[in-house]
Design a protein around this ligand. Structure first.
Ligand code: GLC
Length: 579
């Protein structure tokens, strides 16, 4: 009996212990299945890093990969989920990295491939994803492909770029470079012109050539094999040009470069870009972990922007919304209209919002009024982080870094500023080194005896991470707490978006409702320099509750307010939880 009992017992206890050990195993499997299916980019916050300017680690005055690695814990603590790093590939640096001469390695001024691998490892161990920037439209004129292409009309790579004969002793047509003057440059050796949408040193690739496509897709595979979480696709609306070389139509007036204004009708947004987007998406989808594609999409309207998602949601997951970034004034009706267009356009996929980046003046300078800048910076943070979208931040935005433009032409580094001076001072102003500490002279960006590649803004003595970490009401701590809410409040993580008080000329308000019940969130942003009173009746939106608790506000944090009368200070912004 004993033996029988024992033999009978053993399988049972074995069964239970199996069950017990299987439970965590099953939970783990369920968790990893959920993680594998998770479209992480829908609830991530992306942080753009301009690598030259985040942190110098080797005393050359230029930020680098080891510098980024050093600052990963800061980014983790800030509360972002992914970093997009602008190009770090070998480059003559005419366009500070956007002129690439080798797509599959690292420029020595930023470090080595080993440094990159170590960065990936460290980022992943902190749960941070890394998004690379890939420049598909053009290479550097120093890329071996272009050198070959240029070497003779018969070179097998001749057709990798856009070569055409001139017309009437000049360029083939009137197409203009985005960075000024003709988009064609004559190569005296072969007697033909090559096309460049950007600088002379950035010849456009010929995307109608299948070998070019293959080469670029191989580049993307190379980085995806290394585990990157996706790509920001540079200037992709410009991949194709009209093959018949029609002249672009002129618009009234002249630009900062002294050229006639022109509409880039035949060199931008040609329908073939969508074939490429679909191919790239297929490639990205063939990798695990849902790599994401972000496109630089300065489209003229939200309807045009929506096309980037693809007719079957099979193109770009996150086209960057320049419409909202570029409102350039605090206007409740203007923001409301654009957000409405995003929400009510059936072709619009998941939105991606930002205000600053390495090509545009920092938001503080475009939206501040000089008097209430701190309130406005916090209001902008709420506008960026609380709607239904993936927000994209730009380094230094969280401490309110401002543009510091060069004062003299001889100090300008960005060629746009050299060609456009003084009307267009270029993009140096938004690319100045990150302000980490009050320490003079380099604010913790580089050792004190080093000359940074761009000057440290004078504001660094008081506006920096060190100072703001210690001030409970600082912009940095405001961002941190908003980012926490964004990740923990169901209404903000995955709730819908509903416009509130559509006729209010001053206060832009919206509601976020969680998908599975629970508390809703109301956001009210007073975009005027006057006090305003707002009230909310949320019955129509199926949200009950007369009182609301204040989750976050840029002027005072009370505990509870009456939804029938909420007083907002000038540029006051408030986030309320309705139970
Ligand atoms: C994109 C980049 C910009 C660069 C240009 C040419 O617009 O964001 O910095 O100069 O493409 O590559």
């Amino acid at each position: 009996m004993r033996i029988r009992f024992a033999t009978w017992c053993l399988p049972i206890s074995g069964f239970f212990s199996l069950l017990l050990s299987a439970q965590p195993l099953l939970a783990q499997q369920a968790q990893s299945a959920a993680a594998a299916n998770d479209l992480w980019w829908k609830h991530a916050v992306i942080y753009e890093i301009y690598p030259r300017s985040l942190q110098d680690s080797n005393n050359d005055g230029i930020g680098d990969i080891k510098g980024i690695a050093k600052r990963l814990p800061y980014l983790k603590d800030l509360g972002v989920d992914a970093i997009w790093i602008t190009p770090m590939y070998p480059s003559p640096q005419v366009d500070f990295g956007y002129d690439i001469s080798d797509y599959e390695t690292i420029d020595p001024q930023y470090g080595t491939m080993q440094d990159f691998d170590a960065l990936m490892k460290e980022a992943n161990s902190l749960g941070l994803r890394v998004i690379m920037d890939v420049v598909l439209n053009h290479t550097s004129d120093q890329h071996p492909w272009f050198k070959e292409s240029k070497s003779s009309r018969n070179n097998p790579k001749r057709d990798w770029y856009i070569w055409r004969d001139g017309k009437n002793g000049g360029p083939p047509n009137n197409w203009q470079s985005w960075f000024g003057h003709s988009a064609w440059t004559l190569d005296p050796t072969t007697g033909q012109y090559y096309y460049h949408y950007f600088y002379v040193q950035q010849p456009d690739l010929n995307w109608r050539n299948p070998e070019v496509r293959k080469a670029m897709y191989d580049v993307m595979r190379f980085w995806l094999d290394k585990g990157v979480a996706g790509f920001r696709l540079d200037a992709v609306s410009r991949l194709f040009e009209d093959p018949t070389l029609h002249d672009d139509p002129y618009l009234p007036g002249y630009n900062a470069f002294g050229d006639r204004n022109i509409k880039h009708k035949y060199t931008d947004d040609l329908p073939e870009i969508h074939d490429v987007f679909r191919e790239i998406r297929k490639l990205a989808d063939s990798y695990p972990g849902h790599p994401v594609l972000l496109s630089e999409a300065d489209e003229p309207t939200i309807a045009e922007l929506s096309k980037m998602y693809g007719a079957h949601d099979d193109e770009i997951q996150l086209p960057m919304d320049f419409q909202i970034a570029d409102v350039n004034e605090l206007s409740a009706p203007k923001f409301r209209k654009l957000f409405e267009e995003v929400e009510n356009n059936p072709a619009h996929g998941w939105p991606e919002f930002f205000f600053s980046n390495h090509d545009q003046q920092r938001q503080w300078d475009r939206y501040g009024d000089g008097k209430h800048n701190d309130q406005i910076a916090k209001l902008m943070a709420m506008l960026e982080l609380l709607p239904r979208a993936t927000p994209q931040m730009y380094y230094g935005e969280e401490i309110g870094m401002r543009n510091t433009d060069p004062q003299r032409k001889e100090d300008v580094r960005d060629p746009v500023g050299i060609t456009g001076w003084p009307k267009d001072k270029g993009r140096d102003g938004e690319r100045t080194p990150m302000q980490w500490t009050s320490a003079a002279p380099n604010a913790g960006f580089a050792a004190p005896d080093v000359k940074p590649w761009l000057p440290i803004p004078p504001s660094a003595r008081t506006v920096n991470v060190e100072v703001q970490s210690g001030e409970s009401q600082s912009l940095l701590n405001f961002y941190k707490s908003l980012l926490k809410f964004r990740h923990s409040e169901p209404a903000l993580v995955s709730g819908d978006y509903v416009t509130l008080n559509p006729d209010d000329p001053h206060v832009f308000s919206f509601l976020r409702r969680p998908p599975a019940g629970g508390r809703s969130v109301v956001v009210a942003l007073n975009m005027s320099d006057q006090k305003q009173t707002v009230k909310f009746d949320l019955k129509k939106q199926n949200v009950q509750g007369k009182n609301a608790s204040v989750l976050q506000s840029n002027f005072e944090t009370g505990t509870s307010v009456d939804l029938g009368a909420i007083a907002l200070a000038p540029f006051g912004a408030i986030m309320l939880a309705i139970e």
